[in-house]
Design a protein around this ligand. Structure first.
Ligand SMILES: [Cu+2]
Length: 142
């Protein structure tokens, strides 16, 4: 993870210094990390970002998924709960999924969240939690 982060930093530096005209095309210099999805996995399972950066989850599979923080208690103190569909708790997100697929991220759709508090953020996919579909965002102090 460290390696990809330094590479991204290097690209970011290049983006602002010399190839600013291409920044929009290359997505270099943006403070984003993209996580893809297979049938029952997030790819990569763990991403490491700096405070204030955004993770974009993109459903690169043909199945419907969610991105749902496992519980408020599992998040760093003072961190905002996050869930596709905008729910305020795991229970609310779980109910919404079982009611009417609330919070679903369909094929090619994305969900993003910006992380403002350092720490470790575990999350799962509600329909595939039993299949072990889980991931972690690590947010480092800048
Ligand atoms: Cu899933």
């Amino acid at each position: 993870m460290q390696e990809s982060r330094s590479r991204r930093r290097m690209l970011a530096a290049l983006g602002t210094a010399t190839v600013v005209g291409f920044a929009g095309c290359l997505d270099a210099g943006s403070d984003r990390e993209v996580v893809g999805m297979t049938a029952t996995d997030y790819v990569p399972e763990t991403v490491t970002i700096a405070v204030g950066e955004t993770v974009v989850w993109e459903n690169t599979s043909s199945r419907r998924h969610t991105v749902t923080a496992t519980s408020q208690d599992s998040l760093p103190e003072g961190a905002e709960f996050f869930a596709s569909g905008g729910y305020d708790s795991y229970e609310e997100a779980d109910d919404a999924w079982h009611d009417d697929f609330g919070g679903q991220i369909d094929t090619d759709e994305t969900y993003s969240h910006t992380f403002e508090v350092p720490g470790t953020y575990p999350y799962v996919c509600i329909p595939h939690v039993k299949a072990g579909m889980a991931g972690t965002v690590v947010v480092e102090e800048d």
